[in-house]
Design a protein around this ligand. Structure first.
Ligand code: PLP
Length: 370
C-alpha cells in the first residue's frame, strides 16, 4: 500500500500523453507538441567541457553547496545584471530546478500552511505542496484575486515568470503585492531569458537583500541542458542553511560533470548559440499564433518560454486524445495545470519549424473534418 502522502501525488499528464504518442509512433509519424524541453542539443562548448571534466577525473562528489567556481559565476551574473550584492554562499547547486523547488518548499512549509499558486500553473507545484502537508491555493494572478486568496495561513506564493503553461510574464504589481503581504516568495525563473517581447522581472529586483525570496533557476531551458540535471537555489543564509541540510541528506551534491560543464554557459561563444536559439523560438511562436488565431481560439499573450495555451472552447483533454489518435499530433491537455485549463490545450513550440507547421496543418485538417 502506497503512503498517504504519495496518494496525493498526481501523475504528470504530459508523460501519459507522451507514452501514448510513443506507442503510436511505432506505426505513424507523430508530431510532438507536448514536450516542454528544447529540441536543440546542448551548446557544443558546454558538452566539451562536460567531457573534459570526466576525462580529468571530476567523477567524485563535490561540496554539497556545489563547486565554488560555478556559484561565483552565478552570483556575478546576478550582481552585474541586477546591481545587487549577493555572494556564492547565497547559492546551492541542485539536481535540476525541480529539486531546487522541492528543497525551497521543504525549507518553509509546515503542516497546514497555504501556498498561493497561479491557476493554471506547473503541475508539480501542487503535488510538492501537498506532499509536504501544505495546501495549494489556486488563484488568478491579479491583485484582486490575491487579496481574496490570502489568509493567516498563507506562507508563500510561487511566482513562475515566464510561466509554464501560459508563456506570459508576471506584472510588477503582483510582485509588489506579494512582497508586501506574503512571508515568502518562491520565484521559479527557469524560463528567464526566453523572452521575445517586453520585460520579464526577476524576484531579486524587488528584494535585493533576499529577505523573503527563494529564487529557483537552472540551466535546463535557456541552455538546453535538461538531461544534465542542474539548477540552483538562491536565497538568504538561513534558508540556504536549511536547503543545505536537505541536499546533504538527500542528494549529497549535484552531478559533478554537469557543474563543470555549466561553467561554459557564461561564455561569449555560448551566448551566440543561445541568441540564435531564442530567435528561432520566436519565429516558431509567431507561426503558432498565426494558426491559433486562424482556428478562432482565444489566446492570452504568450511572449516568453515556448508555450501557447489557447482556450479551444471545448474539453481540452478529449480534444487532445482524439487528435493524437486520429492525426498523430501530441498536445498537453490544459486541465492538469489547474481548473482554468479545462478548455485549454498547451502547445509547445520546442520542436522544429517544419514539424510545428506539419502539426498545425494536421490540426487544421482535424478541425475541418468535424
Ligand atoms: N519549473 C517549471 C515551470 C518547468 O516547466 C520545469 C520543467 O518543465 C521545471 C521547473 C523543472 O526543470 P528542471 O528540473 O529541468 O530544471
Amino acid at each position: 500500500m502506497l503512503s498517504k502522502r504519495l496518494l496525493n501525488f498526481e501523475s504528470f499528464e504530459v508523460m501519459d500523453i507522451l507514452s501514448l504518442a510513443q506507442k503510436l509512433e511505432k506505426e505513424h509519424k507523430v508530431i510532438h507538441l507536448e514536450i516542454g524541453e528544447p529540441d536543440f542539443n546542448t551548446p557544443k562548448s558546454i558538452v566539451e567541457e562536460g567531457i573534459k571534466a570526466l576525462k580529468d577525473g571530476f567523477t567524485h562528489y563535490t561540496d554539497s553547496r556545489g563547486i565554488l567556481e560555478l556559484r561565483e559565476k552565478i552570483s556575478n551574473l546576478y550582481n552585474s545584471k541586477y546591481k545587487v550584492d549577493i555572494n556564492p554562499d547565497n547559492i546551492i547547486i541542485t539536481g535540476g530546478s525541480s529539486l531546487g523547488l522541492f528543497f525551497a518548499l521543504s525549507s518553509i512549509i509546515d503542516e497546514g500552511d497555504e501556498v498561493l499558486i497561479q491557476n493554471p500553473s506547473y503541475p508539480c507545484y501542487k503535488n510538492f505542496i501537498r506532499f509536504l502537508g501544505g495546501k495549494p491555493v489556486f488563484c488568478d494572478f491579479t491583485v484582486e484575486s490575491l487579496e481574496k486568496a490570502i489568509s493567516n495561513k498563507t506562507k508563500a506564493i510561487i511566482i513562475n515568470s515566464p510561466s509554464n503553461p501560459l508563456g506570459e510574464v508576471v506584472d510588477k504589481e503582483i510582485y509588489e503585492f506579494a512582497y508586501e503581504y506574503i512571508p515568502y516568495i518562491i520565484s521559479d525563473e527557469i524560463y528567464n531569458g526566453l523572452v521575445y517581447e517586453g520585460k520579464c522581472y526577476s524576484a531579486i529586483e524587488f528584494d535585493e537583500n533576499l529577505e523573503k525570496t527563494i529564487l529557483v533557476n537552472g540551466f535546463s531551458k535557456l541552455y538546453a541542458m535538461t538531461g544534465w540535471r542542474i539548477g540552483y537555489v538562491l536565497s538568504n543564509e538561513k534558508i540556504i542553511e536549511g536547503v543545505l541540510k536537505l541536499q546533504q541528506n538527500l542528494f549529497i551534491s549535484a552531478p559533478t560533470m554537469s557543474q563543470y560543464a555549466a561553467l561554459k554557459a557564461f561564455e561569449k561563444e555560448t551566448e551566440k548559440e543561445i541568441n540564435n536559439m531564442i530567435k528561432e523560438f520566436n519565429r516558431r511562436r509567431k507561426l503558432v499564433l498565426k494558426y491559433v488565431k486562424y482556428f478562432g481560439w482565444e489566446v492570452n499573450n504568450p511572449i516568453a518560454a515556448y508555450y501557447v495555451f489557447p482556450n479551444i472552447g471545448e474539453d481540452g483533454r478529449e480534444f487532445a486524445y482524439k487528435l493524437l489518435k486520429e492525426k498523430y499530433v501530441a498536445l498537453t491537455p490544459g486541465i492538469g495545470f489547474g481548473s482554468k485549463g479545462k478548455n485549454c490545450i498547451r502547445i509547445s513550440y520546442a520542436n522544429s519549424y517544419e514539424n510545428i507547421k506539419e502539426g498545425l496543418e494536421r490540426i487544421k485538417e482535424f478541425l475541418n473534418e468535424r
